[in-house]
Structures are given as C-alpha cells and as structure tokens.
Design a protein around this ligand. Structure first.
Ligand code: SAM
Length: 218
C-alpha cells in the first residue's frame, strides 16, 4: 500500500474512530492525523495499522488502540509547554503523538529490545524532543522529575507512589488500574496539593500488566 493510501486511512480513522467517539481537543486530533501508525507496528501488520483496536508488536506486547491513545492524551490536558513522562514506550507510537503535544517527553520501557526499536523509530520520525529510557517505569524517571503530566500505558494494581511523587502540583497522572488480567478502569489523578489529590474514573479499559517494583510481579 502506498503512503497516500495510508494517509487516507489515517484521516478516516481519526474521523470515524476518534472524533465520532467524542474526542474534541484540536491539538490531539491534529497529532493523530499526522503520526503514521503503519511505521510503528511490526512489519507484518502494516496493512492493519488503522484497525480500531490494539495490535501485536515485538516481545509479545501491544500498540494501543488509536482511540485510547487519543483519549489518554486528551485527558492529560496538554498546552504545548509541558514536560511529560510516559511509562510503557512499547512501539513508540504514543510517544510520537505526545511529542507533538508537549515540549519534552521522557518515555520508559522495561523491555530493552522495545526501547531500542522505539528509539530508532522516533529518530526516523524526527521526534527530537523524546528521550526513551530502558528501565522499570513503575518507579518513574526521577532524573527528569517533576513532570506536568504522566501517562502509564500498562495497568497496575494501584497508582504507584513513585509516580505521584514525581508529579508537579497541578499535574495530571493518567493510568489504568485494576486486576492483572481482568476488570480495569482508566483513572486520572490531579495532584491538587503537597498531600492532596483528586481522582476521577474515565472509563473501563483492558491493558497489559505494568510489571516492576510498584506494579505486578514480572
Ligand atoms: N504506548 C505504547 C505504544 O504506543 O505502542 C503501548 C504500550 S503497551 C500497551 C505497554 C508497554 O508497557 C509494554 O511495552 C510493556 O513492556 C511496558 N511495561 C510494562 N511494565 C513496565 C514497567 N514497569 N516499566 C516500563 N514499561 C513497562
């Protein structure tokens, strides 16, 4: 399939899967119209790139459903000047979207092979404001903290204390929380004070598990 055909499918995906489901942030919609998802899936899955669901990637992990990427990005309420932390780089696709929405993105992936592949993909798409780090993201990435926004793309038993501590006051943490292989909810925590927070449930979701010290045992 040619670049032009993929671009047409991408525009249709944004209209039918994302705008039609109520995502309205124009910056999020523009970013989703730009990032070529076909370049972030495994080579054998390019034809399915605009499928309305998650797809398999290397190391038995997944690239998230486009709608969920857009919803999580919108929930972070980014204006463009923020420093953002993503936990679970996976393919690098969501990081490429975040690169268009924030000033600086740090993304942590616990599988070294995925971190390496994502680094190459992001470089080939000129995402020079994204740094990928290999490590246990359940502990965040203290070297660049504090963050205006944190997004976790794997589900944990609860919101990790380390991530809350690395959030600025006023910052937002968006993360799926629930059972390891069952019911989960996407939560948004806003840090409203040094020791105060507000939690909102956004919607029921299904994510791969967040492993690590403040996630599930690997
Ligand atoms: N954001 C990704 C994308 O755009 O392709 C999708 C990520 S996939 C749903 C979840 C990822 O979280 C997997 O790549 C998995 O290896 C990673 N992960 C799970 N636990 C982790 C941890 N403790 N630290 C960092 N990454 C973790």
């Amino acid at each position: 399939m040619s670049r032009i055909d993929f671009a047409a499918r991408r525009q249709a995906m944004v209209a039918q899967q994302i705008e039609a489901r109520g995502i309205t942030d124009p910056r999020v919609l523009a970013a989703m119209r730009e990032v070529p998802r076909e370049d972030f899936v495994s080579p054998g899955w390019r034809e399915e790139a605009y499928h309305d669901g998650p797809l398999p990637i290397e190391a038995e992990q997944t690239i998230s459903q486009p709608y969920i990427v857009a919803l999580m990005c919108e929930a972070l309420m980014l204006q463009g000047d923020e420093r953002v932390l993503e936990i679970g780089t996976g393919s690098g696709y969501a990081a490429a979207v975040l690169a268009r929405l924030a000033a600086e993105v740090h993304s942590v992936e616990c599988i070294a092979e995925l971190a390496e592949l994502a680094t190459k993909r992001l470089a080939s798409h000129h995402c020079s404001n994204v740094a990928v780090h290999a490590g246990d993201g359940s502990l965040g990435w203290p070297n660049a903290a504090p963050y205006d926004a944190i997004v976790v793309t794997a589900a944990g038993p609860d919101l990790p204390a380390a991530l809350k501590a690395q959030l600025k006051i006023g910052g937002r943490l968006v993360m799926p929380v629930g059972e390891r292989h069952g019911a989960q909810e996407l939560l948004r925590l806003t840090r409203t004070g040094e020791h105060d927070e507000q939690r909102e449930v956004l919607l029921p979701v299904r994510f791969v598990p967040l492993t690590g010290a403040q996630g599930w045992p690997g």
